[in-house]
Design a protein around this ligand. Sequence first.
Ligand code: S3P
Length: 211
Amino acid sequence: MVKFSSENALKNNKNDIPQAAKESLSHLRPVILVGFMGAGKSSVGRVLAGQLGWKFVDLDQRIERLEGKSVAEIFRSSGEEKFRRMELDTLETLLSELRDGRAVIALGGGAFVQEPIAALIEASGIPTVFLDAEADELLARCQEESKRRGSKRPLLETPENFRQLYETRRPGYLRASFRKETGGKAVKEIADELIEALGLDKGLTGTGENE
Ligand code: S3P
């Protein structure tokens, strides 16, 4: 499996994915989507997996299913530290299950900025894509989603906290193999751009199922 170094990640952070990477990525699977809250990891991941005919796994949803509680409830009852441990353990199990499975994996916003998680992924050689946008757009997306769903993310406090957390974490997201700008774009447009940029083929044989 081709390994992507953080050196490549920085070189590739100008939103363009070089030809050499496209060629190697066509043999690689799965793909992991990272980024801040509101980046579109789950919605883009689901559409991307559907178009590729790959399985889609949302790490937060897997944790919720295993624990029988929402992420917000886990934060309340067990605390953030315990949740971070669950993210690491659940991802470890998932990666061992998926060794050569075709899958798109969406991480929660705080997962990839945890050193043990970034190290685990880097050691696996699985490529990561940082879905990026301006903090204000991310905030607007999260606020709109909170209204629509009637639920709030545990770390979505004040706009100031949100922006500050984004700035603190951004260098961590930039460790990803690639960065994709998503500002002002629709979910399908981002998924299409990723398929093109990563040199992936639509409708390859795969399960196409969601977890
Ligand atoms: C978190 C982001 C959430 C979820 C949890 C913590 C974070 O996922 O994992 O609330 O620390 O940024 P989304 O990025 O899907 O909102």
